[in-house]
Design a protein around this ligand. Structure first.
Ligand code: SF4
Length: 350
């Protein structure tokens, strides 16, 4: 594929420029867009509404790659499917998860290979940062998941969360370009209200997102109720402490009207105490946000002393927050039997 333009690495305006550069009209770009993202084709000869000479010109000048799903593991509870996609560098496999809940088909996608932020409760922290995923690698995960759903006769992806491996906002350009394709009516046509990006709280990246004027959901990994504890769990806190996170969450809400979610990992005896509930009330009280409680998942090789609270203890902590006028939900840990739950997605070498 050397020297060929990789079309899935192009936004629509870039695809339009490419069409013009090979002597075609701009409108052809939208047709190509539909074939690539809605029909999920990778063979130009099948693009039947385009003239033969255009299809020949595309074959000579461009390529459409597809990520190969090397592993597909279905949860025994039928509520999650984990995918391992082989990347084009042929050295790495990146994981994504499909979560199934009623009519909702949520794709949890990865945006980096590894992650450099080093949170102590996370599988990716063991690997460290390797590289950003390209635009086509981010979008390729969605295409692969839709291929799977289509083959099952199921509905296609309805919601997307950038909560897989890596910090999407640190791979900013590829993330924003991926959104432009995900939201485009000739591609995935998924609206901002059905997209959420999760962040460990890199404040300049959140500010940059706000300048894009999008109204996607924002989920901030809070996970601790004071700076000392959070810095221990998430080294990024040393640079961007909790008070600044709460401040930017308020600004995000004011600008977008979206209620920000604070993800909060429950670790038995550490983050599920009365003291924690009181501190969360002080930090988040009177501000329209939601606390999503996530009982910590077992992660291989990471801090074996970390224990998950029981279902009853988790429920009790959520009542403590409700009693303090905080909206709290407990995230159902879909896909735990396939290591596809929060903090468990990873990559591996082949
Ligand atoms: S929790 Fe998120 S930010 Fe922290 S190491 Fe894992 S992927 Fe990176």
């Amino acid at each position: 594929m050397d020297g060929l333009k990789r079309l899935k690495n192009l936004t629509l305006p870039e695809l339009e420029s490419f069409a013009v550069s090979i002597g075609e009209q701009k409108f052809r770009a939208k047709q190509i867009f539909k074939w690539i993202y809605q029909k999920r084709l990778s063979d130009f000869s099948e693009m039947s509404n385009m003239p033969k000479n255009l299809r020949a010109a595309l074959s000579e000048n461009a390529s459409i790659s597809k990520l190969e799903p090397r592993r597909i593991i279905e949860s025994s509870h039928n509520d999650a499917v984990k995918f391992g996609f082989l990347l084009d560098d042929s050295k790495h496999i990146v994981e994504s998860v499909l979560l199934i809940d009623g009519d909702r088909r949520t794709a949890c996608v990865s945006s980096q290979l590894g992650c450099g932020l080093g949170c102590t409760f996370c599988e990716k922290a063991i690997i460290g940062f390797i590289r950003h995923l390209t635009l086509e690698e981010i979008i390729g995960q969605l295409i692969g998941i839709n291929d799977y759903l289509f083959a099952k006769g199921d509905r296609l992806v309805t919601n997307i969360v950038f909560m897989g491996m890596g910090e999407a906002l640190s791979n900013f350009d590829n993330f924003i370009n991926a959104l432009s394709i995900i939201m485009h009516e000739d591609a995935f046509n998924i609206g901002a209200r059905r997209i959420t990006v999760s962040t460990a709280g890199v404040i300049p990246s959140i500010e940059r997102l706000m300048r894009e004027d999008l109204t996607i959901g924002l989920a901030i990994s809070l996970n601790a109720w004071n700076n000392e504890l959070r810095s221990e769990m998430m080294p990024v806190n040393k640079k961007y402490p909790i008070e600044r996170l709460v401040d930017i969450a308020k600004r995000y809400h004011n600008q977008t009207g979206r209620r920000v979610t604070f993800e909060y990992v429950l670790i038995k005896g550490v983050t599920d105490t009365d003291e924690a509930a009181n501190a969360l009330q002080k930090l988040l009280g009177g501000f329209p946000c939601k606390v999503n409680l996530i009982p910590v998942n077992p992660v291989s090789n990471v801090n074996n002393s970390v224990q998950s609270p029981s279902d009853r203890q988790t429920e009790e902590f959520s009542y403590k927050l409700h009693d303090r006028n905080l909206a709290a939900t407990v995230r159902k840990s879909r896909g735990q039997d396939i290591m596809g739950a929060c903090g468990q997605l990873t990559m591996y070498y082949i």
